[in-house]
Design a protein around this ligand. Structure first.
Ligand SMILES: Cc1cc2nc3c(=O)[nH]c(=O)nc-3n(C[C@H](O)[C@H](O)[C@H](O)COP(=O)(O)OP(=O)(O)OC[C@H]3O[C@@H](n4cnc5c(N)ncnc54)[C@H](O)[C@@H]3O)c2cc1C
Ligand SMILES: NC(=O)C1=CN([C@@H]2O[C@H](COP(=O)(O)OP(=O)(O)OC[C@H]3O[C@@H](n4cnc5c(N)ncnc54)[C@H](OP(=O)(O)O)[C@@H]3O)[C@@H](O)[C@H]2O)C=CC1
Length: 500
């Protein structure tokens, strides 16, 4: 490998998503005279714009998909190589690309993201959503669909059940309530009427982060197939594009073939037992048990005994980190969720190899108020911090874990409500050692506070509550709130003045 190296870069970053691009920006600006390379599978990169720190841990930014030339113009020391990394040779400090070129590195950061964890790779009517291509495939299938089954109870499912129109939606969730990755049953109860209401009644102005998808240039041919998440392909040979993010569905018609506006039925506490093609279903004895006898391209048998025919299934069941090209022949430690384990300096087990974003699993001892979730904000924070750690290493400087890893915070939008999650918002890891205070005004706001030993350790704020900064401060300063009791959520008290 040594003799085959075309060039050796001081810093190599793999992946043109938020984590990779932020890491590149950090290093290229800090070391303007060093060679930096970004390897990415697609022609476009994701860039954070209009970044704004809105409080000590909460941030807002827009995300734009841009041609990589924009980055190269900004940083003359940066080279973007449009080829997927096929293999990594940590002993000789080099990477080999899909088109057979070999490049050396002094320091490497893997930011290759993740891909949907599909229920099955075998059935072309089971789709996942991750990037622009997969959304186009979804949209195409949806335009002809009368009924779809959505499996999963996290971010994508929550967005789809609300956004899809003109098509019946059967939503299969493992839990007793909707949205288990983000809320508890109380919040789910608050949100459920939005699913039942006519959408025109609940829709207000969209205030969430802007997400821009520029049209790819005609010559910017993508190297991946359009249905890469819907068919059984070797994930190591087809490179995914960058993940979508906030407002990805704005401006995209998510319309089925029917006239219905919004028809969602939730099947609680069930998983998928089996997925049949129409041929398999006809041959199986299940059809005799089936109440729904229409003819469908795919059938989903649930563990609650029901079977639904549908046009296609969306597997919104989480992600798998893209580690394959890197782990082969190298001694990395993988976490239980499949991510590359990183320490508090974003270092993997291999010398000079760092990782950031969805591909990695944060394996340092976390602050009691922070947890990893594979989110846009964390991808940015990790990419930026990884760049700073790589720089500190090169300069033999010490660096402390960044403050953004002190407190978990996430600002998003579900069912057209602003949603803010802080700290241990679902009392994660607290066992019975916590109490909850809840305030709820139907159709307006849901406020939940998690207290442990009199201190606030988490909060869920749904609606325009205006409480996020005060609660963030109360969580960070760990003030003893025992004497305030339920007054803490008294709507007649201006809590901000209370704690000034
Ligand atoms: C539908 C959807 C909605 C979402 N909504 C939100 C939201 O509202 N809020 C939020 O915070 N988060 C959201 N997320 C999550 C968020 O988008 C991701 O956590 C974040 O974008 C991950 O960034 P990343 O840079 O780690 O990975 P990615 O964006 O996946 O980027 C990985 C990059 O690596 C490249 N790559 C992969 N393998 C190779 C290889 N072998 N060689 C070279 N390049 C390679 C890919 O082409 C890509 O450019 C959403 C995700 C999805 C799918
Ligand atoms: N607004 C936002 O912040 C959004 C964020 N995202 C992010 O994008 C990524 C992908 O989203 P998504 O796919 O929804 O992933 P999530 O991790 O958010 O949710 C996955 C859901 O699927 C469930 N699940 C896992 N395996 C199965 C199975 N075999 N059968 C049934 N259910 C299963 C999980 O349950 P359990 O947890 O019990 O395993 C969980 O409810 C995530 O990182 C997510 O955070 C996506 C959309 C919006």
């Amino acid at each position: 490998m040594e003799g085959k190296k075309e060039k050796t870069f001081k810093f190599v970053i793999v992946g043109g998503g938020i984590a990779g691009v932020t890491c590149v920006e950090q290093l290229s600006s800090q070391f303007p005279s060093e060679d930096v390379a970004l390897f990415t599978a697609g022609p476009l990169i994701k860039a954070v714009t209009n970044y704004k720190q809105v409080s000590r841990t909460m941030e807002e930014f827009d995300v734009e998909e841009k041609p990589s030339s924009v980055l190269e113009e900004k940083f003359p020391n940066l080279t973007v190589i449009h080829s997927a990394v096929k293999s990594l040779h940590t002993h000789s400090h080099c990477v080999e690309t899909a088109d057979g070129r070999v490049f050396g590195y002094k320091k490497l950061c893997i930011c290759s993201g993740a891909r949907p964890k599909l229920l099955t790779q075998e059935n072309p009517n089971v789709l996942g959503i991750r990037d622009t291509d997969s959304v186009q495939v979804f949209q195409k299938h949806l335009s002809k669909a009368r009924r779809i089954v959505i499996v999963g109870n996290g971010g994508i499912a929550l967005e789809l059940v609300y956004e899809v129109k003109g098509c019946e939606v059967i939503w299969a969730v493992k839990d007793k309530a909707i949205g288990n990755t983000f809320f508890d049953a109380g919040a789910a109860q608050f949100l459920i009427p939005s699913l039942e209401a006519n959408k025109a009644e609940v829709a207000g102005p969209c205030k969430r982060l802007r997400y821009t998808m520029e049209e790819p240039a005609p010559d910017a041919a993508q190297t991946f197939t359009a249905d890469k998440y819907s068919r059984g392909q070797n994930p190591g040979t087809v490179e995914p594009g960058s993940a979508l993010g906030p407002d990805w569905h704005r401006g995209i018609e998510l319309q089925g073939a029917e006239q219905v506006s919004h028809r969602v039925s939730v099947e609680y506490q069930c998983e998928v037992e089996q997925i049949f093609t129409s041929e398999e279903f006809l041959l199986s004895s299940k059809q005799t048990l089936e109440a729904d006898t229409g003819s469908w391209p795919v059938y989903v048998q649930l563990t609650n005994g029901k079977t639904f025919g549908c046009d296609f299934v969306v597997s919104a069941t989480g992600v798998i980190p893209n580690t394959e090209p890197f782990v082969h022949g190298n001694n990395f430690l993988l976490a239980d969720d499949g991510g590359l384990q990183v320490d508090d300096h974003m270092r993997t087990l291999q010398p000079d190899v760092y990782a950031a974003g969805d591909v990695c699993t944060a394996c340092w001892e976390h602050s009691p108020l922070w947890q990893q979730m594979r989110l846009w904000t964390q991808a940015r924070q990790m990419g930026w911090y990884a760049g700073r750690c790589m720089a500190a290493d090169v300069l033999s400087e010490s660096i402390e874990l960044d403050f953004c890893f002190e407190l978990f915070s996430h600002v998003t939008k579900f069912f057209n409500y602003k949603v803010v999650l802080l700290g241990k918002f679902n009392a994660q890891g607290l066992g019975s050692d916590h109490e909850l205070l809840v305030r709820c005004t139907k159709g307006q706001e849901y406020v939940k506070v998690v207290l442990s030993r009199g201190r606030m350790v988490g909060a869920v704020l749904i609606g325009e509550t205006d409480l996020e900064e005060t609660f963030e401060n109360l969580i960070l300063n760990q003030m003893d709130l025992t004497s305030y009791g339920e007054e803490l959520l008294n709507p007649n008290i201006d809590i901000e003045d209370y704690f000034d």
